[in-house]
Design a protein around this ligand. Structure first.
Ligand SMILES: NC(=O)c1ccc[n+]([C@@H]2O[C@H](COP(=O)([O-])OP(=O)(O)OC[C@H]3O[C@@H](n4cnc5c(N)ncnc54)[C@H](O)[C@@H]3O)[C@@H](O)[C@H]2O)c1
Length: 323
């Protein structure tokens, strides 16, 4: 049996893979999905504590012959224990034999590929000239989404940051100023952040019984809103107000509806894969209000892990383990 390559979080981060490369990989993977070239069953999950999850996320991307699985958890009480909300492992398999090729930490992958997926959605659904970007929830995802949106939205000048913990918004403000040289306003209410924005990302914890706050009348004409937290932040009326409603995977969204999420969210949802593959139109009018519900897909993880695996083999990073 060939050895398995093990990559720690430090090994993965040390490879210096660029967000722009991950965005390109994901755009190609979404196009493959739109052409029907991806096998990706909706994620099964277990829920050991209230509002926690551990999901199994397998995918096979036929056009690039990449197979693997992510086993990823989200535990909302972890930050109070000094642990990250999200943690997990990624396994890559040889698609010809099924033999595991690599096991790696999934934190970097999850953060970076989620931002990259938002950037792919923005490329097709946002106005390029948008300058003001709001975040509701200023944790790990806010940072990686800002990094990725900065690649595809070249006119960004201002960030509007709201977090239920003002210290988290302050720390994020420092990140935005230092890393991206953008003006960052820490907002006292979600309304203040959203009303001023042309681009919005919601990244608060996912709750089974949410009390969303984001109202339809706060959304400007021409806005692009990407939800990473299901329907935890956005009210059903705000979803209803969208001129175009999309998701990174409609099949998975319907699967979550069976589990009680997305109550009151309209059924008229386009699939990002179809848009990227040119089978459906993206933004058509500058004043359209567009919402993308990004659930996070296994295809994003496997193509990113494949890039990491190749870079690590080239660099001699990580260590070999016997199976
Ligand atoms: N769709 C995807 O692909 C994907 C991928 C990874 C994570 N996520 C989701 O993104 C969300 C954020 O993940 P993260 O890793 O950034 O978590 P995090 O813990 O690093 O950040 C979450 C932030 O939200 C803040 N917050 C909590 N409740 C809030 C509220 N009511 N209003 C405003 N802010 C609030 C917290 O103070 C914290 O700063 C989670 O729901 C996670 O499950 C989605």
């Amino acid at each position: 049996m060939p050895a398995i390559l093990y990559l720690s979080r430090g090994d993965v981060e040390g490879l210096g893979i660029s967000v722009a490369d991950v965005i390109r990989d994901l755009e190609a993977a979404f196009a493959a999905k739109g052409r029907g070239e991806v096998e990706m069953p909706p994620k099964p999950g277990i829920h050991p504590r209230p509002d926690s999850f551990i999901h199994a996320m397998p995918a096979y991307v036929r056009s690039s012959d990449i197979a693997g699985l992510k086993w990823i958890s989200g535990f909302p009480d972890n930050p109070s224990r000094g642990l990250p909300y999200i943690s997990g492992l990624m396994i890559l398999n040889d698609p010809a034999t099924g033999v595991p090729l690599a096991v790696m930490d999934a934190s970097w992958i999850t953060a970076v590929r989620t931002g990259a997926a938002t950037a792919v959605a923005a490329k097709y659904l946002a106005r390029r000239e948008a300058t003001h970007l709001a975040f509701i929830g200023c944790g790990v995802q806010a940072r990686s989404n800002l990094d990725a949106l900065a690649v595809v939205q070249p006119r960004l000048t201002d960030i509007l940051a709201y977090d239920i913990r003002p210290e988290a918004a302050e720390a994020f403000a420092e990140y935005g100023q230092m890393r991206h040289r953008l003006r960052v306003a820490v907002c006292r209410t979600p309304e203040e952040a959203v009303r001023g924005a042309e681009l919005i990302v919601t990244a608060t914890p996912i709750l089974k019984h949410p009390t969303p706050v984001l109202l339809a009348e706060w959304l400007r004409p021409g806005v692009f809103l990407c939800t990473l937290d299901f329907d935890s932040s956005v009210t059903p009326a705000a979803f209803e107000a969208a001129d175009l409603l999309c998701s990174d995977d409609v099949a998975q969204l319907d699967f979550y509806r069976l589990d009680g999420y997305f109550r009151g969210v309209p059924d008229r949802i386009g699939d990002l894969g179809d848009i990227v593959a040119g089978r459906m139109k993206g933004r058509e009018r500058p004043d359209a209000r567009v919402i993308s519900i990004n659930l996070g897909l296994a295809l994003e993880d496997v193509v990113t892990a494949h890039r990491i695996y190749q870079a690590a083999r080239t660099a001699g990073a990580g260590r070999d383990l016997e199976l």
